[in-house]
Design a protein around this ligand. Structure first.
Ligand SMILES: [Zn+2]
Length: 308
């Protein structure tokens, strides 16, 4: 059977000539993964169903040369009876005519473009390979340092619903929305993004996410500790401010009827407004515990309030 594949390359660029993105790094890894024949078919099926067109011949549009080469190579790997009969076209559009005796490959021309036909992806390995193909075709994932976001797109709403169901078998639950007439399936949690990448064979990348998680946790912890410390500091300075006000009241009154012990503490406080009570206690002779200093401060406050 003759199969024509149109590969349209609107802005043909080499991978190494384009802006490197995290997603393209992952794609390069996925494209290089060796697959069984059953999985190769499932992967190509996912790639074409979500990223191409499967009616009136097979049409696949990409600006990535590596994806185009991957498609060609995979087609040719199906059977020794598969070959390129003709390849013609200019830089923007290539038309490749394959001849094949492979029944599955031939079936691609007549599969529904709207639904996922599960008879082609019955085994576990093939379901994962199918999702790998979908990701290669339309996937996007944010860099590990950014908020977690992984998405897949398709113009076929029903196929998106089918894919959701397949992913849920692996406990990965996509949410969906419609953007620009296309259905977008997305994941936002760190665990689900990592689980999906592992599922499609990009587990090496999940380590980077795990590292980023640790870093984010550590940063949060440090911030929490800093906030907590500065909150305590604020409280301490507030308290010291109030003590100094009270002391000023007494001092302006010439420390009249104020016991010597309290005057001593009051003067120390005026000289050391930044110190905590425990440290202030250490400056007294003899040294006094934090509780003791606190008790004397309360006395000072009482005396001050009587004279205000
Ligand atoms: Zn398989």
């Amino acid at each position: 059977m003759k199969i024509t594949v149109f590969v349209l390359r609107p802005k043909l660029k080499l991978f190494n000539g384009e802006i490197m993105s995290y997603t393209s790094d992952i794609n390069r890894k996925l494209i290089g993964t060796k697959m069984h024949k059953c999985c190769s078919f499932a992967c190509i099926y996912g790639l074409l169903l979500f990223g191409g067109r499967l009616s009136d011949g097979i049409k696949y549009v990409t600006s990535h040369k590596e994806k185009c080469d991957f498609l060609n190579k995979t087609f040719l790997s199906f059977s020794s009876g598969t070959s390129v009969v003709e390849e013609k076209g200019e830089s923007f559009e290539t038309e490749i005519l394959f001849d094949t005796d492979d029944s599955e490959l031939s079936a691609l021309v007549s599969v529904s473009p709207h639904r996922i036909d599960t008879k082609y992806i019955e085994s576990d390995c093939c379901k994962k390979a199918f999702m790998r193909g979908v990701f290669i075709a339309t996937g996007f994932v944010s860099e590990p340092e950014k908020p977690y976001h992984l998405e897949l797109k398709t113009s076929h709403h029903t196929a998106a619903e089918d894919l959701k169901k397949i992913a849920s078998e692996y406990d990965i639950h996509f949410k969906s929305l419609v953007r620009g007439g296309r259905t977008v399936l997305y994941l936002k949690s760190s665990d689900s993004v990592k689980d999906f990448l592992t599922l499609i064979g990009a587990q090496t990348f999940t380590f980077e996410y795990a590292n980023a998680d640790l870093e984010k946790d550590l940063r949060n912890e440090i911030n929490r500790a800093l906030n907590c410390e500065s909150a305590n500091e604020d409280k301490r300075l507030d308290a010291a401010g109030k003590q100094i006000k009270d002391i000023t009241v007494l001092k302006n009154d010439g420390y009249r009827d104020v016991p010597q012990k309290l005057i001593e503490l009051a003067e120390l406080r005026l000289q050391n407004p930044e110190l905590g009570l425990a440290d202030l206690g250490q400056l007294l002779t003899p040294a006094l515990s934090k509780a003791g200093v606190s008790h004397r401060m309360r006395k000072i406050a009482e005396l001050a309030s009587e004279r205000k």
